[in-house]
Design a protein around this ligand. Structure first.
Ligand SMILES: [Ca+2]
Length: 359
């Protein structure tokens, strides 16, 4: 009886303290982990999921996979607002490598049950706006893809910004080197300064950094300390009990080569974890604009030339200089944001395992 009362009290407490969360992401490997963590966590209530389809996943598979992953967590709402944004960045022609996009679209080849859930046909920014209007308290936004949707939403619905308590972004790097050059995928790329999410849509990032939103930047400065090693994977595999954890277990198996390459970090997952454990981001305030100058000499291996010639705002789309795109530049003219510099890797990995296995 005492156990029952305790459980009921815990359930009530969980619901009472769950914060509405909007998850704007690009449905790549690390977004899957971040999404499952947010769905499983008792303090987060995922009310809307928007796909930044200028990022790693394409729109349609991104929606389908999102709905299937929602079914893996018994804590998901019966109906969650799910929608895509634009398929291209605000400006420029930059894209992630095809191989990464295919892996994202196919959930690394891990089979999931088709979902009966329906995605919305509305644009992502309408869904973000709707979720904010319907929430009875300020929302937390976790953004772990390109910032295309967030930038467009700010521009269309600036009054919504006061209804956002925190915007946690996976992206960027202040003191850490960039991560655009990945052996066997982007050898020879001219950009040594940027992080991928910011590189693909630097104009969007610049608008978001200028917005005054309460940003916590989970960039490479901190994510470099949470490398997903074979040891971390084998620790996770020791206790796998829920459908969410079973899915992640299979993803780890499919990505053993990625883990062994030493290039896999808890990028997006750390952002999701910081959303509920703010203390896991120790950082400092800083102000940054984002480099997005144009060029007539594009870097074709990370360009997709069939994007619409007109941008979202009707202006002519131009190529951005791949060498500098996405570089963060210190400036006193922008509002200060919090830059995460340090976390507790052991706690991050153990919390992830605990929450994914929450019964
Ligand atoms: Ca992502």
């Amino acid at each position: 009886m005492r156990t029952l009362i305790f459980t009921l009290a815990l359930c009530f407490t969980s619901v009472a303290f769950a914060k509405p969360v909007i998850f704007d992401n690009d449905m790549a490997i690390d977004d899957w982990a971040a999404l499952l963590f947010l769905l499983q966590h008792p303090q987060t209530d995922v009310v809307a999921i928007t796909i930044s389809s200028s990022g790693e996943s394409h729109c349609s598979p991104g929606l389908t996979n999102t709905n299937s992953l929602l079914d893996l967590s018994k804590y998901s709402r019966d109906s969650v607002l799910v929608a895509c944004g634009d398929d291209e960045p605000l400006d420029g022609y930059a894209v992630f490598p095809d191989a990464w996009r295919e892996d994202s679209d196919t959930l690394s080849g891990v089979a999931v049950k088709p979902s009966k859930r329906q995605a919305s046909s509305e644009h992502a920014i309408e869904i973000i706006h709707q979720a904010i209007k319907e929430a009875d308290e300020p929302v937390i936004i976790v953004a772990t893809g390109t910032l295309t949707n967030i930038a467009q939403w700010i521009e269309k619905y600036p009054a919504d910004m006061k209804e956002v308590s925190r915007l946690i972004i996976m992206g960027g790097n202040v003191d850490a080197p960039g991560n655009i050059i990945v052996p066997n995928f982007t050898d020879g790329h001219p950009n040594v300064s940027a992080e991928w999410n910011i590189f693909i849509d630097p104009l969007a990032a610049d608008k978001v950094f200028a917005s005054g939103l309460p940003i916590e930047l989970v960039g490479l400065d901190v994510t470099n300390s949470v490398r997903l090693t074979a040891k971390v994977a084998s620790e996770f595999k020791k206790s796998v009990t829920t459908p969410a954890a079973q899915f992640w277990d299979k993803i780890l198996d499919k990505n053993d080569w990625f883990i062994e390459s030493g290039e896999y970090y808890f990028w997006d997952t750390l952002a999701a974890i910081v959303a509920v454990e703010q203390g896991l981001c120790e950082g400092e305030m800083g102000s940054f604009s984002v480099e997005h100058k144009t060029t007539d000499n594009p870097w074709l291996p990370t360009s997709q030339l069939d994007f619409p010639k007109k941008r979202w705002d009707g202006k002519e789309r131009q190529h951005l200089d791949a060498q500098w795109a996405g570089k963060l530049v210190k400036t006193s003219e922008y509002p200060a944001i919090k830059v995460c510099k340090k976390t507790n890797p052991n706690k991050v990995f153990s919390l992830f395992s605990e929450i994914l296995n929450r019964q």
